[in-house]
Design a protein around this ligand. Structure first.
Ligand code: GH3
Ligand code: MG
Ligand code: MG
Length: 254
C-alpha cells in the first residue's frame, strides 16, 4: 500500500483514478483514526463526535484527492514522455525506419529465429553528394528508404543502419521470395530517377544476403556484409548471396 502511494506506476487514466482513490482512502483512514481517538479521549457528547468525524472526512478527502490527482497526473505524463523517448531512440529521424540500435536489439532478441539478413548500400553515394549537395543526398536516401519500405517492409525489420546503408532482418517466410523481392528492389531503384530540387538523380544499390536458421545474429550480419562487399567488388548494382560466394570459393579451391 505505502509503495503504491509513494512510488506509483501510472500508465493510463484507469490507473490514475485508482491512485487517487487509494490516496484518498489512506488519508481518510489516517485522519479518521486520529479524530476518533481524539474525540473519545476528550469525549463531550455523541453529536459533537459525529459532527467532528464528518468534518474530518470531508477535509481528508477534499484535500488529499486533488493533491493525489496532481501527483498522479505528473507520473502519467512522465510515463508518456518515457514511452516517446524510447520510441524516438529506436527510429532514424530522416527515413522513419528503425535505427541501428533498434535493429541490433531486434536481432539479438533471444526468442527470435532469424531466417535471413540482408544489407543494402547505395552505390557511389559520395558522388551524389558531390554532384548535387548534401541536402539532395538526404532526399535520395529518403526516397530509396521509401522504396525499400514498400518492397521489403512486410518481410521483417527494416532499418537504416548507417549513412546510406540499410538492413533487413527476416524472421520467417520463404528465402527465395526474400531474394526475389531484394532483386526487384534493386531494379526499382535503378529504373526510378529521383526528383530532387528540379533535377533527376539516378542511383543504384548493391546488397548482400545471408541466411541460416539458428545462426547467431552477429555471424549472419558479418556474412551479409561480406556478400555486400563482393557485390561491390563485382561492379555494384547487384545482389549477392553469401552461400553463393562460399560455393564459388570452394569451387576455386577444388
Ligand atoms: P560505395 O559504392 O563503395 O558504397 O561508395 P560510396 O561513395 O557510396 O561509399 P562511401 O562509404 O565512400 O561514401 C558514403 C558517403 O555517404 C560518404 C558520406 O558523406 C555520405 N553520407 C553518409 N551519411 C549521410 C547522410 O546522412 N546524408 C548524406 N547526404 N550523405 C551521407
Ligand atoms: Mg555506398
Ligand atoms: Mg556505405
Amino acid at each position: 500500500m505505502l509503495r503504491s502511494i509513494f512510488r506509483p506506476t501510472i500508465r493510463d487514466r484507469r490507473e490514475l483514478r485508482r491512485y487517487v482513490a487509494t490516496v484518498a482512502i489512506a488519508a481518510l483512514g489516517a485522519a479518521l483514526t486520529a479524530d476518533v481517538i481524539n474525540q473519545l479521549t476528550f469525549y463531550v457528547d455523541l453529536g459533537t463526535c459525529l459532527r467532528s468525524w464528518l468534518i474530518t472526512m470531508i477535509l481528508a478527502v477534499g484535500i488529499s484527492a486533488p493533491i493525489a490527482r496532481a501527483i498522479g497526473q505528473a507520473h502519467l505524463e512522465l510515463y508518456f514522455a518515457k514511452l516517446e523517448a524510447d520510441r524516438l531512440g529506436r527510429i532514424d529521424p530522416l527515413t522513419g525506419l528503425a535505427n541501428r540500435r533498434a535493429f541490433t536489439l531486434a536481432g539479438e532478441a533471444r526468442e527470435l529465429r532469424i531466417l535471413a539478413l540482408a544489407i543494402a548500400d547505395i552505390d557511389r553515394f559520395k558522388r551524389v553528394n558531390d554532384d548535387h549537395g548534401h541536402i539532395a543526398g538526404d532526399e535520395v536516401i529518403k526516397a530509396i528508404a521509401d522504396m525499400m519500405q514498400r518492397r521489403l517492409g512486410s518481410l521483417g525489420t527494416l532499418a537504416r543502419v548507417g549513412g546510406e546503408e540499410f538492413a533487413l532482418l527476416c524472421p520467417g517466410g520463404s528465402l527465395d521470395a526474400i531474394k526475389a523481392e531484394l532483386s526487384r528492389l534493386r531494379v526499382d531503384v535503378e529504373q526510378t530517377p529521383i526528383a530532387v530540387g528540379g533535377q533527376l538523380v539516378r542511383a543504384t544499390i548493391s546488397a548482400g544476403i545471408a541466411s541460416g536458421e539458428g545462426v547467431p545474429f552477429k555471424e549472419l550480419y558479418a556474412a551479409a556484409d561480406k556478400a555486400l562487399y563482393v557485390a561491390k567488388t563485382r561492379g555494384r548494382n547487384q545482389v549477392v548471396a553469401y552461400e553463393e560466394i562460399e560455393l564459388s570459393g570452394a569451387q576455386d579451391a577444388a
